[in-house]
Design a binder for this molecule. Structure first.
Ligand SMILES: NC(=O)c1ccc[n+]([C@@H]2O[C@H](COP(=O)([O-])OP(=O)(O)OC[C@H]3O[C@@H](n4cnc5c(N)ncnc54)[C@H](OP(=O)(O)O)[C@@H]3O)[C@@H](O)[C@H]2O)c1
Length: 263
């Protein structure tokens, strides 16, 4: 039995990863801030699938939180074969409306934590000659969408670069780029989603199935669902300036101008 560590495991996409990995008979280390939610989830997964589910309460917007997870990933006595860097959040409001301290908190969770945890996991994986890291980005990585999109673009670039550097060493890396997924994300950020058309919403369990299939196939970027593959293919061909306008128009159409919903 192998061990997987999932950050942001208690809700949404992270919870879907935890369910799927438990079903596949991985032992789990579940990371989030809410200790009670972690305990409940660990007990459920243990009872349903007979796997060992450990909990690690950590706030990845703090140095202590990141260091605690780094320590677990570096523990030679209990190797982690799959790391899922999934914890993340959105911020309601346009650039200059959001306090810079909040933007920095986002960069800490989306970029610094992803860098440090990938590094803590990938070293031991390389020494063992096997392992995998899934970094959850977003289709926002491919669109000019403020700090959120910029942070996710960093995740994609970083993951692809690291994947190339570790090619042939037995360590696989994947950047997962979903569109809108039904989770707690938008509600937690206070973003209205009533204007997002139904066809744009993805199911978290399906997103996870697609990601693990792409990881298995050796891809380094996964855009789950044919609808978003077409949209992102078109976005790649469009000039950057046109994308800025399109992105802003989509924001006006599918959500409030201030705090428009993000994927
Ligand atoms: N939903 C979408 O439409 C969508 C689309 C594309 C990409 N994504 C990305 O997918 C990832 C997961 O989002 P989701 O939609 O599943 O969100 P979600 O339902 O709100 O779940 C977020 C998870 O992250 C944890 N978390 C948040 N801040 C944390 C922190 N500082 N330290 C540790 N854990 C933290 C939360 O638990 P605690 O609050 O207990 O810490 C929770 O378990 C994010 O990186 C997001 O950017 C989401």
């Amino acid at each position: 039995m192998t061990t997987a560590l999932v950050t942001g495991a208690t809700a949404g996409i992270g919870a879907a990863f935890a369910r799927r990995l438990a079903r596949d008979r991985h032992d789990l280390v579940l990371v989030a801030r809410d200790a009670e939610a972690l305990r409940r989830q660990a007990a459920e997964l243990h009872d349903r699938h007979g796997i060992e589910a450990a909990v690690l309460r950590a706030d990845l917007s703090t140095d202590e939180g990141i260091a605690a997870v780094e320590a677990r990933l570096s523990d030679p006595g209990s190797p982690v074969e799959l790391l899922v860097n999934n914890a993340g959040f959105g911020l309601k409001g346009s650039y200059l409306d959001v306090p810079v301290a909040e933007e920095l908190r986002m960069l800490k969770v989306h970029c610094e934590a992803v860098l440090r945890l990938t590094t803590a996991a990938a070293g031991p994986m390389r020494r063992r000659g096997r392992g995998a890291v899934v970094n959850v980005a977003s289709v926002a990585a491919f669109l000019p969408r403020g700090t959120y999109g910029a942070s996710k673009a960093w995740v994609v670039q970083f993951t692809q670069g690291a994947a190339r550097d570790l090619a042939g060493e037995g360590v696989r890396l994947l950047a997962l780029c979903p569109g809108f997924v039904r989770t707690e994300f938008h509600q937690r950020a206070g973003m209205g989603t009533e204007n997002v058309p139904g066809w744009m919403w993805l199911d978290a369990d399906r997103v996870v199935d697609a990601a693990l299939k792409d990881l298995e196939r050796g891809r380094t970027v996964s855009v789950p669902d044919a609808r978003y593959k077409v949209l992102m293919g078109a976005a790649k061909l469009a000039p950057r300036g046109a994308l800025g306008g399109l992105s802003a128009r989509a924001g006006r159409r599918y959500g409030p101008r201030r705090g428009e919903p993000e994927a």
